[in-house]
Design a protein around this ligand. Structure first.
Ligand code: NAP
Length: 514
């Protein structure tokens, strides 16, 4: 049976609950979780009314989970243990499909006896035995899962823990992979988001999604709309191939929105995820080793962004992969593909996308060019400009980094203060100055810009940065970072699918999203 989306109804009273249930149903909820611990003045009668509301409010009856969460396991209001158990036993009598009780509370003989008796008397209704760790991983999730199964074999075990690093998610994935039947396993927290999405690929019994950001009942819970529209929920199955962008941060990345829209349009059974890999080389290498060893996860390609582009190059080289010569020369990889026989291939699509964007406006031979910044993107662009014969000066905040890049490609270097004497005909911003939310900042004061310049800002959010607006006011030609972004994403899509993407759809998707 395919994984269902359960939407928590976390309301203080019946009026609020009615609204939430309507919204959940119209957003595509496949199950409702009535979080009765959110109800003010909780009583058995109130819960019965809530169940009746849920039945009456939906056109087709949605399966209902009744939960009265203990505050020690993430509950909202601290109700007495006896009342919480009574809520569950009465919900069973009222005919709900599922009740959810904390495994730790089921261990008490009194609670266990009451629940077992109610279960045996109920005409229907299943027990979910859940356990949560809001701090970190469980010491031994396999053993814990086995305990729950042994204690009550007909129960649906639910094991949820906070992932403090994306690498913590692998234990949840392993458990889903190695077990079958009905079980619910996922990770909380920002890095746990992917576990809520690929729960469907790994056949978890349900995933939980909120009706909106305000009503999330656990950290990292996505909205049902995000799950369905960005993360292609309805088309995920066991064969779905996984892709994603590795970086830190990645929360702001528009790559998932863009690639998933293009996968959908091209009819590809592929899903693109945000992969927040914090830390350095060790954490990056561990993450990549895990996703490639666990080939049942189905990862076939990756985009790589700050700060892992160099780590990606080293990983592919050390794992006997094939690195495109230009990516090797630039020293940065932004795309990894798993090719035939699981051989890794590494590329840099930033380079060609930037050069295409610039080449459409100017002839680079002997052109004086100013590159501001000396990071990964600057390096790709400096490599391209040098190869095309431009006379490049690099301006950078950190002098050693700027000088190093200049020496590598035989260019000039100048500190940022020297921008006052800017004589270049091509000016390229390769820093994050002016990027959302700091949209009132610019790397080059407007007074330094001239009519005969071509100004390229690699930033794409916002599409028209202050730098570009001021350049336009001076009558200069401008190039948007969006052009480069679409170019590099289109090249990645081709590597991921072998097909050319619809770049108009890419542009439209990005602009709608931004
Ligand atoms: P990176 O490797 O981290 O390099 C960032 C550069 O920006 C460094 O030179 C850094 O100077 C400089 N910088 C950052 N904040 C600064 C500040 N407040 N003042 C002065 N200098 C500052 O990043 P990257 O991968 O090269 O990416 C740079 C930018 O490119 C991103 O912000 C993004 O908007 C854009 N980008 C665009 C595309 C696209 O497709 N359009 C793709 C990727 C990236 P220091 O050396 O002194 O630290």
């Amino acid at each position: 049976m395919a994984t269902k989306i359960a939407v928590p109804i976390a309301a203080g009273n019946l009026d609020q609950a009615r609204q939430q249930i309507k919204t959940a149903e119209s957003s595509g909820a496949e199950m409702l979780e009535l979080r009765t611990d959110y109800l003010e003045n909780l009583s058995v009668d109130l819960v019965k009314s809530l169940i009746a509301e849920a039945r009456a409010a939906t056109l087709a009856p949605l399966p209902i989970i009744v939960t009265c969460r203990d505050i020690r396991q993430g509950g909202a209001i601290d109700y007495p243990g006896r009342l919480r158990i009574e809520v569950l036993t009465e919900a069973l009598k009222a005919g709900v499909e599922f009740i959810d009780l904390e495994y730790e509370n089921f261990l008490s003989s009194e609670n266990q006896e009451r629940i077992r008796r109610a279960m045996s008397q109920a005409s229907k209704g299943r027990l979910i035995l859940s356990t949560h760790n809001f701090e970190t991983k469980f010491p031994n999730i396999v053993k814990l899962h086995r305990h729950i199964q042994t204690l009550y074999p007909a129960a649906i075990p639910k094991l949820v823990y906070k992932a403090n690093h994306i690498n913590d998610c692998f234990e949840a994935f392993d458990l889903l992979h190695k077990t079958s039947g009905e079980r619910i396993v996922f990770c909380m927290g920002q890095v746990g988001v992917i576990s809520r999405i690929i729960a469907k690929k790994l056949n978890s019994f349900v995933t939980f999604a909120s009706i909106d950001d305000k009503n999330a009942t656990a950290p990292g819970q996505l909205t049902i709309e995000q799950l369905k529209t960005i993360y292609r929920w309805d088309s995920i199955d066991a064969d779905t191939k996984l892709y994603g962008v590795i970086g830190s941060p990645v929360g702001h990345s528009i790559s998932p929105v863009v690639h998933n829209a293009c996968f959908a349009e091209a009819g590809e059974n592929k899903l693109y995820l945000p992969l927040l890999v914090e830390g350095g080389r060790d954490e990056f290498d561990y993450f990549l080793r895990q996703i490639f060893i666990k080939n049942w996860l189905g990862f076939r390609g990756l985009s790589v962004t700050i700060p892992h582009k160099e780590n990606a190059l080293n990983f592919v080289k050390e794992n006997h992969g094939v690195v495109e010569p230009l990516a090797e020369k630039i020293g940065a990889v932004n795309t990894i593909i798993v090719g035939p026989n699981d051989i890794l291939f590494a590329y840099n699509t930033d380079y060609s996308a930037a050069m295409d964007a610039i080449g459409s406006k100017v002839d680079l031979k002997n052109l004086p060019a100013a590159v501001i910044g000396a990071g990964g993107v600057a390096k790709a662009i400096v490599a391209g400009l040098s190869q095309a014969g431009a006379k490049v000066t690099i301006y950078n905040r950190t002098i050693e980094r700027g000088e190093k890049l200049a020496a590598e490609f035989g260019c000039e270097f100048a500190p940022l203060d020297n921008l006052a004497n800017l004589e270049a005909k091509l000016v390229i911003n390769c820093t994050s100055i002016g990027m959302y939310p700091n949209i009132d900042e610019t790397p080059v004061p407007g007074d330094y810009l001239k009519k005969d310049m071509v100004v390229f800002d690699t930033i794409y959010n916002p599409p028209r940065t202050l730098l570009l607006k001021q350049a336009e006011e001076k009558g200069a030609q401008t190039i948007e970072g969006l052009l480069m972004f679409i170019g590099q994403a289109a090249a990645q899509f081709k590597l991921f699918t072998g097909k050319a993407p619809d770049t108009k759809l890419m542009r439209k998707t990005i602009l709608n999203y931004l």
